[in-house]
Design a protein around this ligand. Structure first.
Ligand code: M6R
Length: 614
């Protein structure tokens, strides 16, 4: 939530900061602002609404050329999205400017203290207290770096702060606690941002920062300390994707581009993780075979789409390993006092690796001495760094707020984990594991087949433009697919959508069925116990009550034809891997329906890409 950029170097700071904010706008888009250091003063502007409003204002009233600056794109927490609450916030004398991501939990106390000293607040935000506190320190003679260290020692909560001092044009200073911040290392210039996408066009060399660290960038260098001023050595990394991955490439939306990138994302996520004989090799896991053998329970924890990936994983992991597997929403996890032991493996799934709810869940698990394994798409993010082990998904940057290739590669990572555990613990024969690995290797082609059929899904979306409600039914591994289809539609098309386990219908939800209500039905492959036939009964039940049935079913299965108003064919796959193909039309449907409704698909209302507040 909230995107932050800081720059010092030789280029136009305004241009670098605005371009960086454009790439971070997926993190929040309620308001945006910049502050630049110019001849001993701070100049800048901030506007409610999307970044475009700020850019328009800057075009109409240009700022002077400067080479040091900060910027922010906001997802509101304290105070509504107005010009006044937009960041940056300045101290009373307009000497220090600061942008912030996170929540300063003791801000009310600090605000009271400042007001008692005669400071008048000009916004409703928690951030403004940091601006006044920093300014008080520099006016007392501290450097901005020392001021940041001193102020951070007093702050509680989660924060990334990036600040400039009008009287010190050579440096930008930042700090982080429980909120993302990376440094971009250039030649004669350096960058600070919430995410490497902000500076990827200038440099792919980056530094990760640990918790409770302060970083000072100048044109010549980078210095990192802890909050007490003790020097710290940051970890360097090289970003393995480039600017083109962060561009739309001719697609109208990042989301659509990312849906179409899924075959490649699956292939990349499988690459190097098995040998030719189908033996899994997850050397990167950093967990010993002994530790994996002693696991007696798995708890998967995640939020939103990542949680649904976890629900699919449960079916596969329990089937392949016979280890009991629970799936828990991360924000509920620690509050129910879960039973965790040294032999519990907690698997945290997070595309961003920064989701605060998931982070807090894994901290709780580690305090109870359970091992934590992260499945994450973002190199060096907080969740993998605070985990004992990590499987990175190789989806490349996901910019669209609605997760698509993130979900797809989370499923791949979960399958790999399940198979690896089965291999290590001997719960499946090598040939059985090899068969699944071979099928996984075919999934990029199967997903590509689904993408080739996009036009029929788009046509359906256009037909259903005025639908006020859509239901999704599934069973077994198709149930989480139904939930994911409904979530995509809610977040993008802003209409009522719900996913159900088809067997649950008759216990209540069937009352929702009325004439012409669109109901997507994800049909399990034929031959899986009685599942397939039970699902057919479910479709008949809703159709008998007037629903319009849209049936997602494997090629060659004609048993559904009499009960389907629309048929979407998917390539034949095994029950456990079918979600990889079945989810694609649901993603395409939501993307297109939101497009025809005129919504901003990449930046749906009220949402942000990574939710870094609890
Ligand atoms: O970055 P994470 O995977 O931890 O994010 C979890 C959810 O916030 C995320 O999947 C969210 O539900 C998406 N907007 C769904 O499309």
């Amino acid at each position: 939530m909230c995107g932050i950029v800081g720059y010092v170097g030789e280029r136009s700071a305004e241009r670098v900061v605005i371009d960086g904010l454009r790439r971070l706008e997926y993190r929040g888009y309620d308001s945006a602002g910049v502050a630049l250091v110019h001849e001993g003063t701070l100049v800048g502007d901030k506007k409610a609404g999307k970044l475009a409003n700020l850019v328009k204002a800057l075009d109409e009233t240009p700022l002077p050329e400067t080479t040091t600056g900060i910027g922010h794109t906001r997802w509101a927490t304290h105070g509504p999205p107005t010009d006044g609450n937009a960041h940056p916030h300045l101290g009373t004398e307009r000497r220090v400017g600061v942008v912030h991501n996170g929540i300063i939990e003791n801000f009310a106390h600090l605000r009271g203290e400042l007001e008692a000293e005669g400071v008048t607040m000009s916004s409703d935000t928690d951030t403004e207290v940091a601006a006044h506190l920093l300014e008080r320190e520099v006016r007392g003679g501290a450097t901005l770096t020392q001021a940041m260290q001193a102020v951070c020692r007093r702050l509680e909560g989660a924060f990334t702060l990036v600040a400039v001092d009008a009287e010190d044009a050579d440096r930008v200073v930042a700090a982080r606690r429980n909120s993302p911040l990376v440094v971009g290392v250039g030649q004669g210039e350096n960058f600070l941002a919430s995410d490497v996408a902000a500076f990827i066009e200038h440099t792919r060399d980056a530094l990760e920062l640990g918790q409770d660290q302060v970083v000072t960038i100048t044109a010549e260098g980078v210095e990192v300390t802890d909050f007490d001023g003790v020097a710290v050595e940051p970890t360097a990394f090289h970003v393995d994707w480039d600017l083109s991955a962060a561009e739309k490439d001719g697609f109208d939306w990042f989301m659509r581009k990312e849906i179409f990138e899924q075959p490649r994302a699956i292939a990349d996520s499988l690459l190097g993780r098995h040998d030719e004989a189908g033996r899994l090799q997850l050397d990167e896991l950093r967990m010993s075979v002994e530790d994996l053998r002693s696991v007696d329970k798995i708890i998967i924890t995640a939020c939103g789409t990542a949680f649904y990936a976890g629900l699919v994983a449960k079916y596969a992991i329990e089937h392949w390993t016979r280890i009991p597997c629970e799936v828990e929403l991360a924000h509920e996890f620690r509050y129910r006092d879960p039973i965790l032991t040294r032999d519990t493996l907690v698997v945290a799934i997070s595309q961003s690796g920064e989701t605060a709810d998931t982070l807090m869940a894994i901290r709780h698990a580690r305090e109870q001495h359970s091992k934590v394994l992260a499945i994450c798409n973002t190199n060096g993010a907080t969740i993998p760094r605070e985990s004992d082990a990590v499987i990175y998904t190789h989806a490349g940057p996901e910019i669209g707020v609605a997760s698509t290739k993130g979900f797809m590669t989370q499923l791949i990572a979960c399958y790999l984990l399940g198979l690896y555990l089965a291999q290590v613990r001997g719960t499946k024969y090598a040939e059985e594991i090899r068969d699944v690995v071979e099928e996984l290797a075919q999934m990029p082609d199967r997903v590509a087949t689904m993408l080739e059929r996009c036009d029929e899904v788009y046509e359906l979306a256009r037909e259903l433009e005025d639908a006020g409600s859509v239901l999704f039914l599934g069973r077994h591994a198709g149930f989480p697919v139904a939930l994911e289809g409904a979530l995509k539609l809610k977040e993008l098309a802003y209409i009522h959508a719900e996913g159900f386990a088809a067997g649950e219908l008759k216990h209540g939800p069937i009352a929702l069925i009325e004439k012409d209500l669109p109901v997507f039905c994800v049909i399990p492959p034929r031959g899986r116990d009685f599942l397939h036939d039970k699902m057919l009964s479910g479709i008949q039940e809703v159709r008998a009550r007037g629903a319009r049935t849209i049936v997602v079913v494997e090629e060659g299965d004609d048993t559904v034809v009499p009960y389907a108003d629309t048929i979407i064919r998917i390539p034949v796959s095994s029950t456990l891997l079918q979600p990889l193909a079945a989810v694609v039309p649901l993603q395409l449907f939501a993307c297109e329906l939101a497009t025809v409704k005129g919504h901003d698909v990449d930046q749906p209302r009220n949402l942000a890409k990574s939710v870094t507040v609890e």
